[in-house]
Design a protein around this ligand. Sequence first.
Ligand code: NCD
Length: 311
Amino acid sequence: MSYPHRHLLAIEGLYPPAIQHLLDLAENYVSLNRTGKTQRDLLRGRTLINLFFEDSTRTRTSFELAGKRLGADVINMSVASSSVNKGETLLDTAATLNAMHCDLLVVRHGQSGAANLLAQKVGACVINAGDGAHEHPTQALLDALTIRRHKGKLQGLQIAICGDVAHSRVARSNIHLLSAMGARVRVVGPPTLIPGPITRLGVEVSYDMREGLAGADIVMMLRLQRERMSSGLIPSAREYFRFWGLDHEKLAFAKPDALVMHPGPMNRGVEIDSAVADDPVRSLIAEQVEMGVAVRMAVLDTLARNGARHD
Ligand code: NCD
């Protein structure tokens, strides 16, 4: 079995063939989606619950669309309308979900490890849609698919991941995936937003955009996650943009054909200039969203075949 797991909780620990399998399958779904065809038999009669304890627009809608395109019954549960506000614990929520015979559970939570905990307690296949600053595996998969389609490979590419690395589950999942697939990853940003132990993941660190972007094939910008900062780690948004914000002037430090990515939502004028974000030649940001649906279809398809229950 090329993806021998019941859940997708993290990229860390996945072997390259498992990653390859999901990317190749997602590639098929990109073609299928572009022709407008659907495969509604695949998850017919299965229940997919989107359990979101944190706000999300694109990830939730992307999973919803992916589930519906494969024929699943999709239910969205968000924290604002859930009984967690009435004091229910995560494990009580798990018991409720079990009683509903949920087959596939997509979970986003502010606490690292929440998806792992649920996976131990529910009968459903669990997909981590972001847990604290830990991991966001489907984002890394969609980023890898986007890169592979433009550069033809991942192996040997130079990828610069820039900005608020400290709070970013996107950065962590991408570092694991890209390193496993043979790319070279560099993290670039202010020292206050780059945790020292990150070098244990095998990445190079640079505190300077000119040095950090030199020779990069891909420049991946991260959102400044002010909601996760307990105190001011940056002087001001204006100063941040001056030193770390990606504009065409800084992009010129990278390779002439370097492409720009951002997981969204973007703080325009803070970590990225609109002229770069909307540049049709250099920016892959809109395409990342399209790839997100295909990747999530591939993940749901794979997990449903591997282990969703049939009762
Ligand atoms: C990311 C997330 O939630 O981790 N966004 C996303 O999934 N599209 C990144 C972010 O919020 O900055």
